[in-house]
Design a protein around this ligand. Structure first.
Ligand SMILES: *[C@@H]1O[C@H](CO)[C@@H](O)[C@H](O)[C@H]1NC(C)=O
Ligand SMILES: *[C@@H]1O[C@H](CO)[C@@H](O)[C@H](O)[C@H]1NC(C)=O
Ligand SMILES: *[C@@H]1O[C@H](CO)[C@@H](O)[C@H](O)[C@H]1NC(C)=O
Length: 222
């Protein structure tokens, strides 16, 4: 009896996508964006009001989603962007150049949880919001303050607000080893976007979880 049930249920179980997920990336800005998703997805042109839907049969282990601004590309997909540029490619295969604000997603297969956050570790270019849309998960995180307008003079960059590590390259700001603490610069970002990652060990207030296999919506200019 038991083994019969096993053979009936096993094929059903194998057919269920254990962690298929969808990202809906929406451009709610009044201007064109060129969003990018890595390591899978690449990058594309997205007009104001458009949504880019990406389906992953197996949820990626990690994903980073950001927007590029003021881009121009030739017909072969080569060109450049003012912010977030990925080595001059329209369809990104490498991470973008700061400043850029990003949404991040991580899958922990072992604990069967998704982790998601908004990170300002690479600075800020476009306001954004990340929202889980399935699995009963609904905690939206958002960074929509006028970070560029209020950016301190030393961090100002064309089209964005630069991260202090890129500007100063010091261990205090880059924090590649040892214990990381908030800095005067990370506090500037935190004051405007309390739910965002603002220095490398900013986890407790900035990482959120959902059950594995949740879908997400990322809205630029929420
Ligand atoms: C962009 O690259 C991704 C892989 O990273 C690929 O799946 C996709 O088809 C490419 N898009 C275009 C328009 O070439
Ligand atoms: C970037 O694009 C925005 C929106 O189209 C525009 O207002 C702005 O002037 C552009 N910035 C530069 C430096 O080209
Ligand atoms: C898009 O932006 C408008 C304001 O410009 C806002 O009212 C609306 O809620 C935004 N939509 C989303 C999905 O965030």
């Amino acid at each position: 009896m038991k083994s019969q049930l096993f053979f009936v249920l096993l094929p059903l179980f194998l057919l269920l996508p254990s962690s298929a997920i969808r990202f809906d990336i929406q451009n709610n800005c009044s201007y064109t964006l060129w969003p990018a998703v890595l390591p899978y997805g690449g990058g594309r042109h997205l007009d104001s009001g458009q949504t880019w839907t990406l389906d992953f049969a197996d949820g990626p282990r990690l994903a980073r989603i950001w927007a590029r601004t003021n881009c121009s590309f030739d017909s072969s997909g080569r060109g450049s962007c003012l912010t977030g540029d990925c080595a001059g490619q329209l369809n990104c295969t490498s991470y973008g150049t700061p400043p850029l604000s990003k949404a991040e997603y991580g899958l922990n297969n072992f604990a069967h949880m998704d982790y998601y956050d908004i990170s300002l570790i690479d600075g800020f270019n476009v306001p954004l919001e990340m929202t889980p849309t399935t699995n009963g998960c609904s905690k939206s995180i958002r960074c929509s303050a006028d970070v560029v307008g209020q950016c301190p003079a030393d961090l100002r960059a064309p089209g964005g607000c630069q991260n202090p590590c890129t500007v100063y390259k010091t261990p205090e700001y880059c924090c590649r080893a040892g214990r990381c603490l908030p800095t005067d610069k990370s506090r500037f970002f935190k004051a405007l976007c309390a739910e965002a990652f603002t220095y490398p060990e900013d986890d407790p207030t900035s990482t959120f979880t959902c059950p594995e296999g949740t879908n997400y919506r990322v809205v630029f200019c929420p």
